[in-house]
Design a protein around this ligand. Structure first.
Ligand code: SF4
Length: 333
């Protein structure tokens, strides 16, 4: 990473290396392995076939790994007034403390793998990320819990991007998740290659527009943090930045926020473009705002003008190239 050009810093492939696979944790059944309670699987083609080209998976089936058989009695979350428990209603067996012990040890083990993200199976009392049904007196009572393994994972590892496979069908949520995964990998690679204050500034500068598309307040906080580099130690600075950076990207980028960023970027070109070119770009951004065009269209037009007029600051912004175009994430967002 010696003296990269702005254009280098603005390319996702500069940070990752063209052939480097990113590493994701995944619920085993999503890969097509027959580990579910009924001996079946829950293969998700997007996870295996599309994302599988870019990610290597560390697969985890909490129920099997903590010693349950295949097949096995179905388990569910219940709350009879003594807190949430994980039980098999058909046998009455209580798996709460076994799962808690297993999850504690497994999350500690996973943290050593330096994952870039995690895809969990939805609706599972073990793996589900949110809205898991809780029963009382044998009846569904509420739907506001996490699976017990997912709860440990997210509580102990708040900077890890985590999503459910079902939510990856939503183009906006999908783009948000994958963008965070690539951003986390960039951070991890930076740390592995040797993080210094100068490189932190490089990293932050390259991510400015990307962060702004998610969370303007966090963008300002991160700017102050990088600016305060002389007043706090490196260790504290880097740890705070990492957490704050991931928290910033966790906020979903909306159409409105993208429009603001696109217009901001256009400001760098306003004295260069002809009146006709400006109109064309503005019309494209407006069509995106109205939902008539996907995000990739104004981005492509802007990128073309950035290259044509050699706008150094914008050429160095990962906002325009945060992940492989083959994933086509912005063709639908
Ligand atoms: S949802 Fe989780 S615990 Fe259930 S089969 Fe899939 S990986 Fe195993």
């Amino acid at each position: 990473m010696n003296s990269p050009s702005p254009a280098d810093l603005g390319r996702w492939s500069y940070w990752h290396g063209e052939d480097q696979l990113l590493r994701l944790g995944v619920s085993t059944c999503l890969l097509g392995e027959e580990v579910r309670f009924d001996g079946g699987h829950a293969r998700d083609r997007y996870v295996t076939d599309t994302l599988g080209q870019w990610f290597e998976y560390v697969s985890v089936c909490p129920e099997v790994e903590m010693g349950m058989s295949i097949p096995r009695p179905a388990i569910r979350l219940i709350d009879e007034g003594q807190g949430v428990q994980l039980v098999a209603p058909s046998t009455g067996e209580d798996f709460t403390s076994r799962m808690a012990d297993y999850a504690q040890a497994k999350v500690t083990e996973l943290m050593k793998f330096d994952l870039d993200g995690y895809i969990l199976k939805k609706s599972s009392p073990s793996c589900g990320l949110a809205r898991i049904r809780v029963y009382r007196d044998g009846m569904p009572a509420r739907r506001n819990e996490q699976g017990l393994f997912a709860a440990q994972l997210t509580e102990r590892w708040p900077s890890l991007p985590v999503e459910e496979e079902g939510r990856l069908n939503d183009p906006g949520l999908r783009e948000n998740f994958i963008e965070r995964v690539f951003a986390r990998n960039r951070w991890r690679t930076l740390v592995e290659r040797g993080l210094t204050r100068r490189r932190l500034v490089e990293f932050h500068t390259a991510h400015k527009l990307l962060i702004r598309a998610h969370n303007e307040t966090a963008y300002r906080r991160l700017g102050r943090l990088v600016g305060s580099a002389g007043t706090i130690g490196n260790r504290e600075l880097f740890a705070e930045y990492e957490l704050e950076f991931q928290v910033a990207l966790r906020t979903k980028a909306t159409v409105k926020k993208h429009v603001n960023v696109l217009q901001h970027a256009m400001g760098y070109l306003k004295t260069i473009l002809t009146a006709v070119e400006k109109c064309e770009l503005l019309a494209t951004i407006e069509d995106y705002r109205l939902g008539l065009l996907p995000l990739v269209v104004p981005l492509t037009l802007l990128r073309y003008n950035i290259r044509r007029h050699d706008i150094e600051y914008l050429a160095g912004q990962l906002y325009f190239d945060p992940h492989p175009k083959e994933l086509m994430l912005r063709n639908h967002a």
